[in-house]
Design a protein around this ligand. Structure first.
Ligand code: DQA
Length: 147
C-alpha cells in the first residue's frame, strides 16, 4: 500500500446501515458509505480502503496490519467501542494517525455508550455527524499528512 493509503474499518452491525435503526443511523446504506469514503479520499488524494466485519478477531487482525504497515486508520468500532480491551490494545500499537468515528453521538445516548475504551489511544474522535463523521475524519487525516 502507498503512503497515502487509509484504512476505514467498521465493526459489528455496520454492514446493516440503511436498514438498521435508520432514525438513529440514517438511511445511507453501507455500500453507499463505502463509496462516499472512497470518493472523498480520491478528492483528498488518499487511497481509501473500506472494510467491515462483525468479528472482533478480524478487526484486531486489520489493526495489526495497519500497525505493521503504518497505515492511518478511521475506525468505527460499533459496540466494541464500549468494552473491547483487545481492540484498544491493538489500536495502541498503531503509530500512524487513528480517528475514532461514530455516526451517532454516543454521549447523548444510553449510559453504556458513554464509555469508549478506545478513545484514549486514538489521535482524535469524531461523533454525531452521521456519514459526515467519516468525511470529517478523512479530511483531518489528509490535513495532517500534508502538514
Ligand atoms: C456507533 C455507536 C455505537 O454505540 C453502536 O454500538 C454502533 C454504532 C455509531 O456509529 O454511532 O454500532 O458506533
Amino acid at each position: 500500500m502507498s503512503s497515502s493509503t487509509v484504512l476505514v474499518l467498521n465493526g459489528p452491525n455496520l454492514g446493516r446501515l440503511g436498514v438498521r435503526e435508520p432514525d438513529i443511523y440514517g438511511h445511507t446504506t453501507y455500500a453507499e458509505l463505502a463509496d462516499l469514503c472512497v470518493a472523498t479520499g480520491a478528492e483528498l488524494g488518499l487511497s481509501v480502503e473500506v472494510r467491515q466485519t462483525d468479528s472482533e478477531a478480524e478487526l484486531v487482525g486489520w489493526l495489526h496490519e495497519a500497525a505493521d504497515a503504518e497505515i492511518p486508520v478511521v475506525l468505527n468500532a460499533g459496540a466494541f467501542t464500549h468494552y473491547s480491551y483487545a481492540l484498544r490494545d491493538a489500536l495502541a500499537q498503531v503509530r500512524s494517525l487513528t480517528v475514532e468515528v461514530h455516526l451517532s453521538n454516543p454521549a447523548a445516548r444510553e449510559e453504556f455508550r458513554h464509555t469508549s475504551v478506545i478513545a484514549g489511544v486514538v489521535t482524535g474522535s469524531i461523533s454525531g455527524f452521521g456519514v459526515e463523521s467519516y468525511v470529517l475524519a478523512l479530511g483531518a487525516i489528509a490535513a495532517r499528512l500534508q502538514a
